[in-house]
Design a protein around this ligand. Structure first.
Ligand code: UD1
Length: 434
């Protein structure tokens, strides 16, 4: 089984280029099958979540061609939308974003039969709001044997939909179906994340009529058909934030390129409170830290609040800051499972309800650790890079869902991190890095 081998203690320095946003890509790739025409999508991150979704799309009859590693041409012409088309394969159940195929297929064919989503185990993660939205648009939905959802409608009609909880997934999914509904849909209390705006922009490039994405009221005027489009996905806010946290944890100096600094403001301001220096340029940020880091308080909230997908990485940095920090998770209820692994590296963190109380220690010590979800895995990589000595991280398939060439990017910054597959590889790694 592959692992990351890491030797910590290096101040990371240099430049890293951030890829396209995974969570935007998942919505956009699903949207691309809503037309019979070809869509060319650029800046698609080559990570297992997007690769898996593309395989599922191919399995239902679309053609999917990679022009290069990050550009993919999708043509949904070959998808037969009749009843009997079921999206279910060994891959699709593993990714949460399979739910976007419900909205996309329902919009185009008024019929969708999709295996229920998997994804990282970070809490209950229901899809009741997605279903409520589809029902309001006039679809019936049924959970059928085998863990699948079937949604169908004679026709979809615009509706007024209020989301009881701000949900990224439900907002995008309802936008997808509403784009090809008859009449006007209003989504209230919509999520405002940058990837919502990106998916809406892509749909509009395909001929949809969506206004207000990025605010909490999105208005969709349904159109009869969507057409092909060319589109380039925005940079990944969370990959960028992860490298920012890594630069600070290792007391490094890293220029993080191909980012939208506005999307990073919540992360930048917390790092600055901790004593780091963050300089914003047009499409890059430089993050520097040396000396002591200070404790602070963080609470995760929907955008523009502090992103839950950065919670574990920041808590890891706070674990080696001076003083007591509080990190409150208000989006998902089970997102502190990495704390027990960090404790094995010397962290002193107590979790009470949805708050982690972190008493900073002076350093982490390398250990054999394992991850159970994507962002927690990224946090453990940060801890290992800041730690004294060697670490190995198990279950790295979770991390590969969302970080492309993670180890290579860290090596470009001078860090010691490599994928190994045996004890022998580990010995070689140790010999090489000394
Ligand atoms: C998306 C992101 C994920 C990120 C999360 C919050 C993708 C593929 N994943 O996940 O990386 O951590 O946004 O920014 O884009 N909820 C309900 N009912 C629903 C849907 C959600 O109660 O039908 C609740 C969830 O349990 C959670 C909250 O709403 O407490 C937010 O979840 P949501 O924004 O939907 O997260 P995801 O779309 O699953």
């Amino acid at each position: 089984m592959e692992q990351y081998a890491i030797k910590g203690g290096i101040h990371l320095e240099g430049e890293v280029v951030i890829g396209g946003a995974k969570n935007a890509a998942l919505g956009i790739l699903a949207a691309a099958i809503m037309t019979e025409d070809e869509c060319t999508i650029e800046n698609v991150p080559y990570v297992s979540d997007t690769i898996t979704l593309l395989k599922a799309i191919e399995n239902i009859g679309a053609s999917v061609k990679y022009i290069d590693r990050h550009t993919v041409v999708i043509c949904g012409k070959g998808i037969r939308g009749d009843e009997g088309l079921s999206v279910d394969d060994e891959f699709i159940r593993k990714i949460r974003a399979s739910y976007y195929l419900i909205g996309a297929l329902l919009g185009r064919f008024k019929y969708a039969d999709v295996a229920l989503p998997g994804g990282c185990d970070i809490g209950a993660r229901p899809i009741d709001l997605h279903i409520k939205g589809f029902n309001k648009l006039g679809a019936t939905t049924e959970i059928v044997a085998g863990g699948k959802i079937v949604a169908k409608a004679e026709k979809l009609s615009g509706a007024h939909i209020y989301l009881d909880t701000v949900s990224v997934g439900a907002t995008i999914n309802i936008m997808l179906a509403a784009a090809l509904s008859e009449g006007k849909t209003t989504i209230e209390n919509a999520a405002k994340e940058p990837h919502i705006v990106d998916v809406a922009n892509f749909l509009n490039t395909m001929g949809a009529n969506i206004k207000g994405a990025g605010t909490d009221v999105i208005r969709v005027r349904g159109v009869e058909r969507l057409h092909g489009a060319e589109y380039s996905i925005i940079p990944d806010q969370i990959e960028a934030g992860t490298f920012m946290a890594m630069a600070v944890a290792t007391r490094g100096n890293v220029l993080i390129k191909n980012v939208i600094p506005k999307h990073l403001e919540a992360i930048s301001s917390k790092l600055i409170e901790m004593g780091a220096n963050v300089i914003e340029y047009d499409d890059s940020v430089r993050v520097m830290a040396d000396g002591e880091l200070k404790a602070t308080q963080i609470k995760t909230l929907p955008y523009p609040g502090f992103p839950t997908d950065m919670q574990a990485q920041m808590a890891t940095v706070l674990g080696i800051a001076t003083g007591t920090s509080l990190v409150t998770e208000s989006i998902f209820e089970n997102r502190f499972r990495y704390v027990s692994e960090l404790a094995r590296m010397g962290a002193k963190i107590r979790v009470e309800n949805n708050t982690a109380i972190i008493s900073g220690v002076s350093k982490y010590t390398g250990a054999r650790i394992t991850t159970s979800d994507l962002r927690a895995g990224a946090a453990l990589v940060i801890a290992a890079l800041a730690a004294e000595g060697y670490s190995t991280i198990d279950e790295i398939q979770y991390i590969k869902r969302g970080y492309e060439d993670f180890d290579a990017k860290v090596r470009m910054l001078g860090g010691h991190m490599q994928i190994i597959d045996s004890d022998r590889d580990m010995q070689k790694f140790k010999l090489r890095v000394g």
